[in-house]
Design a protein around this ligand. Structure first.
Ligand code: ADP
Ligand code: MG
Length: 330
């Protein structure tokens, strides 16, 4: 058996089994957006993400400045998904010998600009020679134990909400791949190159105690919903025509894909928040959307696990999706 058969998440299920953690101060180990452990009554958070040239990005369509911003943003998004506060990060780089110093300095400028508004500091890392450019960030943070939100916790009958718009980043990537760094419209390209982590919104959702479970959308709406469902042990029904599509997405999607919803459902890297909340919290959710000036859309309902994953198409027909989204090994 190889990785193609079990996929990234089949592998992680096994790793979780091989390396079962036992320390009582560990609140959440493998299986969520960040790990959570407790010291002296405080919840500490840790998360890490790797970006590899040729796999996650190509230097033909992302410049070093945006790469620096994005490397940190994707980690910040995982802390946002818990409702936590980011604090410090470590950065490890694998660098090809011929890489110009100006590339690295621009990368650090992007990194610094993303770190500033969230008041996170670089505190260390590691550097090595590498064939391709490799970037790994480990981000540490903190949170109040009672405010943090996990992937587990969704209840039958809960609403499923998503922030922002779905699919913009995936369409932005298609534009970059076809047209390069000068690709247009910039609005969509920027959504891919410069995602903005929903830190404040995630914290508000956590503080107000209105959600039961939360995850960020990094791999795609379908696959990240599946992760939330797996940890919560539930099923879901999503209404395709409720999925929020931006004006730019609607305008440009037809040049790149026949079915706008296929890309909105499977496309990754939007770094929006996906959360569940009981229906009686709907007006609180609307107030939050207004306050943070972010659309928050009700796209589905949580079902008992035996119902599985159901999508209601625009014509009213229900189906179970066969292809969920991105998996590195499949
Ligand atoms: P995210 O997309 O939010 O970064 P992932 O889906 O990548 O999360 O990871 C799911 C869980 O598996 C997380 O808890 C992550 O820390 C853990 N994980 C990923 N890769 C490994 C690995 N090689 N060894 C141990 N844990 C891992
Ligand atoms: Mg995540």
């Amino acid at each position: 058996m190889d990785l193609r058969k079990i996929g990234e998440f089949g592998l992680l299920r096994r790793v979780r089994d091989w390396m079962r953690a036992s320390d009582p101060s560990l609140i959440q180990g493998i299986g969520d957006d960040v790990a959570v452990f407790e010291t002296k009554g405080k919840a500490l958070l840790a998360t890490t993400d790797i970006l590899i040239e040729g796999i996650h990005f190509e230097r033909t369509w992302i410049d070093p400045y945006h790469l620096g911003r994005k490397a940190l943003a994707v980690n910040l998004s995982d802390i946002a998904a818990m409702g936590g506060t980011p604090k410090y990060f470590l950065l490890s780089l694998g660098l090809p010998k011929a890489l110009p110093l100006s590339f690295i300095s621009r990368f650090y400028r992007g990194l610094k600009e993303m770190a500033k508004p969230f008041q996170v500091d670089l505190i260390g890392g590691d550097t090595s020679l590498s064939k391709e450019l490799v970037i790994n960030i480990c981000l540490l943070g903190e949170g109040k134990k009672g405010d943090l939100l996990y992937r587990k916790g969704a209840k039958i009958g809960d609403d499923l909400f998503v922030t922002g718009f779905a699919g913009d980043s995936a369409l932005g990537l298609k534009i970059l791949q076809r047209r390069g760094l000068k690709g247009k419209p910039r609005g969509l390209v920027e959504r891919h190159l410069s995602p903005w982590p929903r830190i404040e919104l995630g914290q508000s959702i956590g503080r107000q105690g209105l959600a039961t479970a939360m995850i960020d959308v990094s791999d795609g709406l379908l696959i990240d919903t599946t992760h939330l469902l797996e940890e919560s042990g539930k099923g879901v029904r999503i209404w395709e025509d409720r999925i929020p599509l931006s004006r730019l997405f609607r305008k440009h999607i037809s040049s790149y894909a026949k079915d706008p919803y296929a890309l909105a459902l499977s496309g990754g890297e939007d770094y929006e928040l996906l959360f569940t909340a009981p229906p009686e919290k709907r007006s609180k959710v609307s107030s939050l959307a207004f306050l943070h000036r972010v659309p928050i859309t009700l796209i589905g309902e949580i079902l008992p696990p035996q119902k599985g994953f159901r999508i209601v198409r625009r014509d009213g027909k229900e189906y179970a999706p066969s292809h969920l989204g991105f998996d590195h090994f499949k």
